[in-house]
Design a protein around this ligand. Structure first.
Ligand code: FES
Ligand SMILES: [Fe+2]
Length: 382
């Protein structure tokens, strides 16, 4: 059964190679529901690629930290004198979790037997361990490769992914005027939705549903028919949602914006797990982490002008709007998840590039990664 589902998914990936974009179809339900396929995604995509796990504005002062988990790896994200660092959050004694939740610390003490680590992850103390094999000088929490892009914290569990920043230079040239990198962290939340992680990312990244699903919240601002595709690369895809002519401008926005930029939002999906909507006045982002095939952990947030504070009405109004249209998305995506299990579901055609071309770009990304796995380990057929 496992092998069959993988075969059908790979057949659907192969079939579309060389086809015109106008022939693109959705993927089979198993692409979203197969446990075996998710295991491949976790090991090939989420362990080997750069994955966003939050924004550095969540930990503004030295000693601020939060904990999270990525494909089963507990992580400790902390600001040190050297900047943001990410450690494995697993104690080097008998494997409990050193830090819990979030907070501020000068050092981390594992609650179980009180082994204590510095902010840099080095072991500082371990009670009553003299005369054992413990080498206190070399014992430390393993460091996780970490890089920042526009303040977003990306980690690479395998430690050997190609550097991220050069791969995103094409996005920089499009969004430079929005000054996203200097926007301030204004709001953040953690949620778990009962759907596959790709359903959520695809939804964030296609404009086709804006008018029908968000008739009351977004249609008046960014109707479906005004969406257009942005140039993709091997590492990301994007689209622009243009404002309806009747919609007023959305401020406060940076003075650098062109007329086009003042009247549109730029959406990007940095494969596999980071989606971002850069708007004239705010940025909305989501860091996605699959937990199981039917659940996705989301760390989402809003950034904006450095002049704003989290309780400014313009900020709370925008966060409330995000919560409102996200609730519409969530309800639909949790229903979609049920439909994708149907044996009677035949994948339908994707809408033209302007509306759903980002989905085809993601499928092509997955196809490339699958081909790389097959080349590296021809016997791995998941
Ligand atoms: S497991 Fe952490 S001190 Fe024992
Ligand atoms: Fe939506």
């Amino acid at each position: 059964m496992r092998a069959d589902s993988t075969k059908r998914i790979v057949a659907a990936l192969n079939e579309r190679q060389g086809q015109p974009r106008s022939a693109a179809r959705a993927m089979p339900g198993e692409f979203y529901t197969s446990e075996a396929w998710l295991e491949w995604e976790k090991s090939e995509l989420f362990r080997r690629e750069w994955i966003a796990i939050g924004h550095e504005g969540e930990i503004p002062s030295v000693g601020d930290y939060y904990t999270t988990e990525l494909v089963g790896e507990p992580l400790l994200v902390v600001r040190t004198n050297e900047g943001v660092q990410v450690h494995s959050n697993v104690c080097r004694h008998r494997g409990s979790l050193v830090a819990r939740d979030r907070g501020h610390a000068v050092r981390f003490t594992c609650p179980y037997h009180a082994w204590t680590y510095g902010l840099d992850g080095a072991l500082a103390a371990a009670p009553l361990m003299n005369g054992t094999s413990l080498d206190k000088r070399t014992c430390r929490l393993p460091s996780i490769a970490c890089t920042l892009w526009h303040g977003y914290i990306f980690v690479n569990l395998s430690g050997d992914a190609a550097p991220l920043l050069p791969r995103l230079s094409g996005i920089e040239s499009v969004v430079a005027n929005y000054q996203d990198a200097s926007r301030r962290f204004l709001y953040g939340a953690d949620e778990v939705w009962a759907t596959n992680w790709k359903c959520l990312a695809e939804n964030f990244m296609e404009g086709y549903h804006l008018s029908p699903l968000h008739a009351k919240t977004l249609h008046a601002v960014t109707p479906t028919h005004l969406c257009e595709k942005l140039t993709p690369s091997d590492d990301y895809t994007g689209y622009r949602a243009n404002f309806a002519p009747s919609c007023p401008e959305r401020g406060p926005y940076p003075p650098t914006l062109t007329d086009l930029e003042r009247r549109s939002d730029a959406f990007y999906w940095i494969f596999p797990g980071f989606v971002i909507g850069i708007c004239p006045h705010f940025t909305l982002y989501m860091c996605l982490r699959p937990t199981d095939v039917g659940h996705v952990g989301i760390r989402w947030g809003v950034t904006g002008s450095a002049q704003l504070t989290p309780d400014d009405p313009v900020v709370t109004d925008y966060v409330a709007l995000c919560a409102e249209f996200s609730a519409e998305d969530r309800q639909e995506l949790e229903v979609l998840w049920r439909g994708l299990h149907s044996a009677l579901y035949e994948p339908g055609p994707l809408a033209p590039d302007a509306f759903e071309g980002t989905i085809e770009d993601m499928i092509q990304y997955v196809a490339r990664r699958w081909a790389q796995t097959a080349k590296r380990d021809p016997h791995d057929r998941t």
